[in-house]
Design a protein around this ligand. Structure first.
Ligand code: SF4
Length: 275
């Protein structure tokens, strides 16, 4: 008789967690999906055997509440929220609704997110592909500190401990805590610091020296032109090739070509690579 392969923990619905989510549970099919794959860079991850999914909230104060507490004027103005499908009004409205749902009924929102991630894990296992989740595609929320529900002390990132999560952040203290290995950051969560026009070069170099990575938007490098190799004495990784930031060599800039509104940036958010 054929013996059944044991199912790894978290590679199917975790009944214990689902039981505790019951009171917040509504069928995922009743709603638009929380997770999306429409970000061009996440699609590029497929070439490397990864399916990456994330959440497009309405960034900064667009929903009525600020979900990017460390945003600068420059990044808020150049935010990729309006790139790709974000140009459509219907998409913007859906992102605002999603953000408001998250703010007003968090338990229910996280219950749905839990179910969507579980479904993705099951499908990925069948398809033999790896998964990575970027919950802050257009936000800067401290997901590692948001408990899955009132009965749990763990975040959704802690709960899916075998799955890779990653984000960019502009939060200095948040990033410093991450770099110092603070307990609040689970091992399956990777963060890249994101430079703003207000960032001091010495501070950014300090991050690189400690083995952190810093994303920087460069002006004037065209889509088909190669990324510069070094900047201010540190190596540059072409961040447009894919969005798998957790694979990056430590102590590197993550060079991004200015896109959309950032091409016309005058705040200093996007820098001249020769500066
Ligand atoms: S912090 Fe990130 S998501 Fe928020 S406004 Fe700035 S660039 Fe956009």
């Amino acid at each position: 008789m054929k013996t059944k392969k044991p199912i790894k923990p978290y590679y199917r619905f975790n009944n214990e967690v689902l039981k505790s989510l019951d009171e917040n549970w509504t069928r995922a099919s009743d709603h638009a999906k929380i997770l999306t794959v429409d970000n061009q860079k996440t699609i590029k991850g497929a070439k490397y055997g990864y399916k990456t999914l994330g959440i497009h909230f309405a960034p900064f104060t667009l929903s009525g509440q600020n979900i990017c507490p460390w945003a600068s004027k420059g990044c808020a103005a150049a935010c990729l929220n309006t790139a790709g499908r974000g140009i459509f009004e219907s998409i913007q409205k859906a992102r605002i609704k999603k953000t408001q749902d998250f703010q007003t009924n968090r338990n229910k929102f996280l219950a749905r997110l839990y179910r969507e991630i579980s479904n993705e894990i099951r499908a990925a296992e069948k398809a033999k592909i790896k998964l990575a989740f970027r919950l802050n595609l257009t936000s800067d929320l401290q997901f590692e500190k948001i408990a899955l529900n009132h009965k749990s002390e763990q975040s959704i990132i802690h709960t899916f401990k075998d799955i890779q999560f990653y984000d960019y952040t502009k939060g200095k203290r948040r990033y410093e805590a991450y770099l110092s290995g603070a307990d609040s950051f689970p091992k399956n969560y990777h963060l890249t610091y994101s430079r703003a026009e207000t960032s001091k070069l010495d501070y950014l170099k300090g991050i690189l020296k400690k083995g952190g990575n810093v994303a920087v938007a460069f002006q004037g490098i065209k889509k088909d032109e190669p990324m510069i190799k070094t900047y201010k004495g540190y190596p540059v990784i072409d961040g447009d090739i894919n969005d798998l930031r957790f694979k990056d060599q430590r102590g590197s800039w993550i060079g991004l070509r200015s896109k959309g509104k950032a091409k016309k940036d005058k705040t200093g958010f996007a820098v001249n690579p020769k500066s």
